[in-house]
Ligand binder design. Structure first.
Ligand SMILES: Cc1cc2nc3c(=O)[nH]c(=O)nc-3n(C[C@H](O)[C@H](O)[C@H](O)COP(=O)(O)OP(=O)(O)OC[C@H]3O[C@@H](n4cnc5c(N)ncnc54)[C@H](O)[C@@H]3O)c2cc1C
Length: 395
């Protein structure tokens, strides 16, 4: 593991910082809350920002140049992710396209599919969603029952997805559906690139505990799609979905958000008095902030370990699970510390005139609770660490 950055990498970091200073929408966070561009109030902020990034080829800078990226190294990608996370930049519009759909198309897509989809993602023309989970298929994803049945040159899709983030704005969906009812459950699944405007698709909102409309249920009723929307071979979709999930879990940079939160909390504790005493002068507050600072640094190093492995051409499995598990738990603890230090103010949301630090800690607390489930639950990460990392037998 190498902790140092090269002078070129430091210069790249500075370039991003300078650009962000010029281009971050003013006061966007106050307006946006934490809904990540998935409500009417914020969707345009996210889309406009993605458009600005596209002018620098910074929507997916780590993608090959031929597909609209800049061919950045894994470490440069880490720097990019860190700076975007540190600035809390509104990059959600392209996140599923760049992080999940695009890389899977790069690996398995035909030339036509690459031509059609990749530059549309890097030009911020299309937003993607992920139709994997179903009411009876989450951790045990291969249990899915949405069907795609061959009919001449088409497939006809029937079934339901759930927890589909952003489906109400998305132009395209990566969808997995059962194409062989009789095969063992992992072997009868296919992977589709689905145009969300196809007749027969309807979405119903699911409102989360932050009162945001981020998730949806998506229903498919006799949705007819051409054979060209199949990605890779029929019935090999499970293996492609595993690739998508590897990309999803190894996304890096999140721990840096925690570092920023700690800096803000320390500043708040220095500037705020309770009963005539500065919060920072209370020993339990100081200890908590120090502990949180150490944890944030540990989280960052775990993310660097994943990035270093990727830079050397290895595929991190249990290492990515450790980083995801630690960082999700750490950010949840950190958000809780923040709320406790603020006392009752910590529970207010950003619209209250009494809100402290824009209500970020409360929002982070609720958001991180969800992230302990999304992308593979805490228990599933522990299973991966136990089996692949420690070599323990399957429970
Ligand atoms: C913020 C967020 C965004 C999401 N976005 C999307 C999206 O865009 N598209 C999409 O397809 N899905 C999405 N999801 C769904 C997510 O992938 C699933 O919620 C997740 O895979 C868990 O599945 P489940 O909810 O069915 O829970 P279950 O799999 O039913 O799990 C229930 C509980 O049982 C535990 N459990 C299950 N199996 C095991 C096991 N083998 N060993 C130990 N414990 C186990 C789990 O850890 C959990 O505590 C999102 C979820 C969240 C929270």
């Amino acid at each position: 593991m190498d902790f140092r950055f090269s002078p070129e990498e430091d210069a790249f970091r500075q370039q991003i910082r300078d650009w962000l200073k010029e281009n971050l929408p003013e006061n966007w966070e106050t307006a946006a809350g934490f809904s990540r561009g998935r409500d009417d109030e914020t969707a345009s902020i996210y889309k406009d920002f993605a458009k600005k990034l596209s002018t620098r080829k910074w929507v997916a800078p780590h993608w090959p140049i031929a597909y609209g990226g800049l061919g950045l190294s894994v470490i440069e990608q880490l720097i990019y992710n860190e700076e975007m996370a540190y600035a809390n930049a509104p990059i959600g519009y392209s996140s599923i396209g760049v992080g999940w759909a695009g890389p899977t198309i790069i690996v398995y897509g035909t030339e036509d599919q690459k031509q059609k989809h990749l530059s549309a993602i890097t030009n911020a023309e299309t937003m993607w969603c992920q139709g994997f989970s179903e009411p009876n298929a989450g951790s045990d994803l291969a249990n899915l029952s949405t069907k795609a049945v061959r009919d001449g040159d088409d497939y006809i899709i029937n079934g339901q997805k759930i927890w589909t983030s952003g489906a109400h704005y998305a132009d395209w969906m990566i969808l997995i559906a059962r194409t062989d009812q009789d095969a063992p459950k992992h072997k009868g699944i296919s992977y589709f690139l689905l145009d969300m405007k196809t007749p027969g698709i309807s979405t119903r909102p699911l409102i989360d505990m932050m009162n945001n409309h981020g998730f949806n249920e998506v229903f498919f009723e006799n949705v007819r799609v051409p054979r060209s929307s199949l990605l890779g071979e029929e019935n090999r979709g499970w293996y492609m979905a595993a690739t998508t999930l590897d990309f999803e879990r190894s996304s890096i940079g999140g721990a840096v958000e925690a570092k920023k939160m700690i800096q803000e909390l320390a500043e708040y504790a220095r500037d705020t008095k309770r009963n005539g005493t500065r919060l920072i002068d209370e020993v339990p507050v100081r200890v908590r902030i120090a502990e949180a600072g150490i944890e944030a640094e540990l989280g960052r190093l775990l993310s660097y370990r994943v990035a270093t492995l990727q830079a050397r051409g290895s595929v991190p499995h249990y290492e990515a699970a450790i980083a995801k598990l630690f960082n999700t738990d750490m950010k949840l603890r950190m958000a809780r510390y923040g709320m406790e230090i603020m006392g009752l103010y910590g529970q207010l949301d950003h619209k209250s005139k009494w809100v402290q630090l824009k209500g970020r800690f409360k929002r982070q607390y609720m958001w991180q609770t969800g992230l302990a489930v999304g992308g593979g639950t805490t228990e599933i990460q522990k299973n991966i660490i136990a089996m692949r990392g420690l070599g323990l037998p399957r429970g």
